[in-house]
Design a protein around this ligand. Sequence first.
Ligand code: GAR
Length: 201
Amino acid sequence: MNSGSKLINVALFSSGNGTNAEALIQYFENHTRIKICAVFVNKQDAGVIARANRYGISVILFNKDEWNNGFVLKQLQQSAIDYILLAGFFWLVPNDLIQHFPDHILNIHPSLLPKYGGKGMYGIRVHEAVLKSGEKMSGITIHLVNEDYDSGTILFQKELLINPGEDAVQLAVRVNALEKYYYPRVAETFIISGRNLGGYC
Ligand code: GAR
């Protein structure tokens, strides 16, 4: 893994629209140290597939059996993947994958964890829950992935003030803009130097 000046190979995982995956692909295009090698997708109709195709990035489609029976791990090993970035990916990561990539799997979440995380908390549901609770503040969290949903070590958070009268869709758009800006930069810093934290605030 990650040594000398060889390119560091990264795989993205996505289940949906893929705006974060596209921001990562764009940011690391022609990067001198980090290469996005493939996008792993678990939904046949996910918008991320067309986005990856536009940039000529390989798409590896997999189902639940392949997720749990070692197929995905084998694909990652065959491509000599060093780091995994989850980008709008909604299945729990199996333990064997975490053990093969200790502290090498990152995720982004559209709230200030530990608030509004956990099983079933993804996408627009997160923003609806934030607004329903009357929060004044939301934001993003970039964290390491462990064996449970949204509970790994937090690497970076950025707060966002909620506008009066804002609805969940409007909030999602503003949170997504933060995600697309910070995720590539935080991932870059973490992957290259193994440290992070707050440098972009
Ligand atoms: C993003 O907001 C991401 O943070 C969130 O899903 C959205 C995916 O959008 N992830 C989670 O909620 C993870 N628990 P995208 O497919 O356009 O990147």
